[in-house]
Structure formats: structure tokens, C-alpha cells
Write a new protein. Structure first.
Lengths: 233, 233
């Protein structure tokens, strides 16, 4: 599908998933308005990765939004709680982990919605994944459908009769291995991406948090070596 | 209904509506966690009003969240666009006004949702109104229902089997006059509240924007004089 240069807002973390999604959306012909959040996360070096990725794909514009989710606490990604390491696959598949940030995707998507409305963009891309995910409630297909329904009632579109806003989730049903295969077919350079929850002071991925473990397993399943730098694997 | 000291998050602007709602929720027995936004609005003196009101009602805590909606532009409340004055009732009832801030209630409620999840609060109060409202899509009953459905899928509750989160909108179907009657029965001191979109430098209400016009008409209908200070009426 080539949509010409229709505007879309895309949530870009600079990780493997959102970078693959960006390459996919650009290949579809969208003019991308990328949005990245500095939300008090431990892994703020992902902001640098998002900048590198946005530059590599020639996005139309890229906004870094400063928000402070630390006022709420409650997550290992924003509070002084240790990020779990070397968890087994079955432990990762069970329950909601301490790295869950309350309502994070809802807050991020709300900002995307505001920007989409100002731009007149009809699509918002978010790289949520329901296969190799970490047990976050706000990555499930039923959540995505409910946000889209709410978003269409929240804004001018439903009042003024425009086409409904689409919440696009091209990665929702792909395994990490399939995402990497898609990225490879699009020529994605994964060396500039960053997925780790707990990088060291120089920005190197730890290789042992849930995000690193899922990513490394994805590359192994795809028969590739992850080109990104790690402190240790 | 007396709910004991069950925790609730309440969106507090310091205006007539949210102040009346606060008095109502306190009378119901809720322990209130009030949340106010400094979002680049022209009328930042409403933050002072929110502080006065929170103090007057002995809320459990009161958080002022700094967010910057000016990066999006697109509204007379946040951009360099004139606030309309002295509009007729029929003009106010038609279309979406320039004071509409894209996705504002969705962004506000998303933060409330995050805080409610961290607190374990089961209720969020928002003073939206579908009667004497200003044509904002995110004040309609169908929007409120859709946000509540999304919120319950976004968070731990639906995964862990807790009671659903309730989005409480006690003012939704009341006219401004009925809201004032409710507040009067609860002993609300409206002199400390602030509703104006475009106050002067000393913080006095303009008396002529849509918010002032609706408020002054409400007091007139209730057979009262608004005790709040105005630059001119």
C-alpha cells in the first residue's frame, strides 16, 4: 500500500520494534511525525537512539516531549527499584512485571492523539506487541481497539464527520523474530537502535534485562547476530 | 452514599464545576487526591484558585502536574489566538470553539489513570458537563463511557480481577444553575473559585469570554450574585 504522503504520527522509542515500524510506515509512503518521550526513565539513552533513527529515516519532524511520570512512582523504569535480570521465559510470561509503568501507553497515545488532531493526521502508529511482550496490559489487542474507539469520540473527527482515526499496530501479532525479518527485508540498520531497560553509564545495553533477553532471543531465532553494542551478553 | 475513606483521584481546575464536584465527593466520604495541570494555559491564575480550593476542602494530597500542550498549538487557550468575547448563546451552542484544546481531557484523564493505579484508587472524578458546555467533543457522555472502557483495559485491574475503575461525572447532566444549587446546598464558597479563560494581569475574571458568560448566566438563573471578583461584568 502506498498512501502518498499522508501524515501519520508515530511513537518512536528508538528500540527494535518502533524502528522496524518506522521503516514499514515510510515504505508505505507515510509522511512521519515522530514523537518520543523523556519520562524520567532510567534508560534515557534511548532518546539518543530515537534521534539517530529519526534522522536515518528522514521523518518530517521529530518532537521530544518532556513529561514526568516519576511523580507517581510505582515502576522499576522510573523509580529506585532494581530492574530484574536473567529471568526465565516462563517467569517473563507470568503476571505484570515491576518494569510496567502505570498507564504509560495511554499517556503516550493521548499526546499522539493531540498532535494528530492539530496536524489533521488520520493515523497513529504504535509498536505494541502481543506475542513476545512482557505482560503489560496496555499492549493487548483489546486495549488497542478500546483506545481507538475512545480517540474517535475525543476529537473533532466524530463531530465534523471526518474519516475515523486509525490506531495502526503493524507489529501486534508478529513474534520478535518476525519483526526482525520484516526489518531485514526493509534494510533496517539495528546497530543504531537501543532496547535495554538498564544500560550502563556509557549507554551500552546490559544484555540481561527482559528487553535485552527478548531482543537477543529474537535475533538468535532469526539466525542473526544483534549488531547493537552490549556491555556483556 | 458514604464510602468511608475510599481513595479517589479528582481533576481540579479551581473553577466553579470542579470545586462543586470536590465538595460533593468530600460529602460522599471520599479521600481526595486532587490533580491540577499547568499546561501553558493563558489563565494560569486558575492554578492559584485550585490551590485555595484544595486547601479549603482538606484534600489528602494535591499534585500540580506540569505539561506543555503549547508544542501542539491549535487553541486560543494555549496559543497566541484571541479568546472570543461576548458571543451569543446560539453562537456558543454551534460547532467547536477556538478555545478547544485538542485531546486535553484525554491527556488529563490519562495522568489521573496512572495516579489512580499507583494509589489503588477505584474512582476518578471529572467535572465534565454535557448541558451548558462549550461544544467540546471530550465532554460528551459517549466519550466518558469510551474512556472508562479503555481505562479498564489499560491497567492491572482487568488482568488481576479487581473491581472496574469508575469514571465519575456527577455534573454531566446538570445545568450550570443546578450545579450552583448543588454547591450552595453543600456550602461552597464560590468567591475563591476562578473560571475565566482570559483573566487580566491581576487575575480578575474578564466577565465576557464563554466561560464567564456561562457562569454569570448560571448565577443569574440561580437567583444569586457571583461572589468572585471580575474586572467588569
Amino acid at each position: 500500500m502506498d498512501v502518498g504522503h499522508r501524515a501519520a504520527v508515530l511513537l518512536l522509542s528508538g528500540g527494535l520494534d518502533s524502528t522496524t515500524m518506522l521503516a514499514h510506515a515510510v515504505a508505505e509512503g507515510y509522511a512521519i511525525h515522530a514523537m518520543t518521550f523523556r519520562y524520567g526513565q532510567r534508560h534515557a539513552t534511548e532518546i539518543d537512539a530515537a534521534r539517530r533513527v529519526a534522522r536515518a529515516y528522514g521523518v518530517t519532524d521529530h518532537v521530544i516531549v518532556d513529561i514526568d511520570l516519576r511523580v507517581f512512582g510505582g515502576s522499576a523504569l522510573t523509580a529506585e527499584i532494581a530492574v530484574p535480570k536473567d529471568r526465565t521465559a516462563s517467569a517473563m510470561a507470568t503476571g505484570i512485571p515491576i518494569t510496567y509503568v502505570p498507564a504509560r501507553n495511554t499517556i503516550f497515545l493521548s499526546y499522539c492523539l493531540a498532535w494528530a488532531e492539530v496536524l489533521g493526521a488520520g493515523d497513529i502508529f504504535i509498536g505494541v506487541n502481543a506475542v513476545d511482550y512482557s505482560g503489560y496490559p496496555d499492549c493487548r489487542p483489546e486495549y488497542v481497539a478500546a483506545f481507538q474507539a475512545m480517540a474517535n469520540l475525543a476529537t473533532r473527527r466524530s463531530v465534523e464527520g471526518d474519516a475515523p482515526l486509525q490506531l495502526r499496530t503493524p507489529l501486534l501479532h508478529r513474534s520478535k523474530c518476525e519483526i526482525i525479518d520484516l526489518g531485514r527485508s526493509l534494510g533496517v540498520d539495528y546497530s543504531i537502535t537501543m532496547s535495554c531497560y538498564d544500560p550502563d553509564e556509557s549507554g551500552l545495553a546490559c544484555g540481561h534485562c527482559d528487553a535485552c533477553a527478548l531482543r537477543l532471543k529474537g535475533f538468535a531465532d532469526a539466525g542473526m547476530t544483534d549488531p547493537a553494542p552490549y556491555a556483556r551478553r
